[in-house]
Ligand binder design. Sequence first.
Ligand code: UDP
Length: 310
Amino acid sequence: MRKKTVLITGGAGFIGSHMCEKLLNNNYAVICLDNFITSSEENIKALFRYKDFRFELRNVSNHIGIPGKIDYVLHCASLASPEDYLDFPIQTLKVGSLGTHNALGLAKNKKAVFLLFSTSEIYGDPLVHPQKESYWGNVNPVGVRGCYDESKRFAEAITMAYQRVHKLDTKIVRIFNTYGPKMRHNDGRVVPNFILCAISNKPLTVYGKGQQTRSFCYIDDLLEGLLRLMLSKINQPVNLGNPDELTIMQLAKLVLKITRSKSKIVYRQLPVDDPRQRQPDISKAHKLLSWKPAFCLQEGLERTIAWFKG
Ligand code: UDP
C-alpha cells in the first residue's frame, strides 16, 4: 500500500525537523522544504537514512510546485524566535502571509489536509489568563513584535477563508513556548540562552525583573499533540502547550539548580511589548485529542541540558 505523503515547510527547523522524524517513524513519506534562513542542514542530516525522506531547498514565500500525490501539508516555516523576527521582519511577514497562501494553494491543488503552525503570540500581551482559543488577543500591530504576531493572525484568517470558500480540510495549532534538543545555540530564546550560560559558567541574562511568566512544553509532548491534531476532524484552532506556568526568574533558578552552575544572574532591559504572562488553557486539546503533556519541566530541562552538553 502507498504510504501517505506529508509535505512540511520549514522542516529543517527545531520543531519541523523533529516533526519530520516523528512522521517517518509513523510510516509516512516526508517531503521537507526549507531555505535555512534560521534552520540548518545539521537538523535533518540523520533523516536521509529513511528512504521516504526527501529534501528540497525552497523559500516557500515563492510559488511551491511539487509533482505527485501529497496527503497532508504542514505549514511550519516561520521565524519564531523574537531575535530572529526582529532581525528579519519582512521575511517573517512574507512567510506568514505569502508562504501561507502558497502552502494553502498547494494543499488545495493536491486535495490535501492543511495544518497551520500558529502561535500563542496571536494572543499578544494577553488580558485574559490563561488563554483559551476563544480569546481574540491583545496585539500591538505597529510594535516590533507585530511582524510576527500579525503575520500569524493573517495566516489564521486566510486558512479559515480557504476552509470556508474552498472547503479545504484545515487545522490550526497555536503552539506555546516549546523547548528541547536541536534548538540553535544562537536562537536567542530563553531556554537555550539560560542553559548555554549555565553550562559555561557565564551570567544568565534575565530581561526586566524576571517577573514575566511563560509555560514551557517539552518537544516530545508537542509532537504527539501535532500528530493527533493532523489526524483529527477538528477544523478550529487548538492550543498545544504545557500549562505549568512559572516566572522567568524561577526558570533561571531551576536551570542553575539542575546544572549545578555557579553562574550569576544579571539583568537586561525588558524587550518592547514582551508579554507579561502566558499560560495555555489546554482543555480543548484534552477533550478532543485526549492529549496532555507527559513531561514535567525538570525532566524536559534535564534532557535538553544533556543534549546541549553533548
Ligand atoms: N528572556 C530572558 N532572558 C533571555 C531570553 C529571554 O529573560 O536571555 C525572557 C524574555 O524577555 C521573555 C521570556 O524570557 O519574557 C521568553 O522569551 P523567549 O525569547 O524565549 O520567547 P517569547 O515567549 O518571548 O516568544
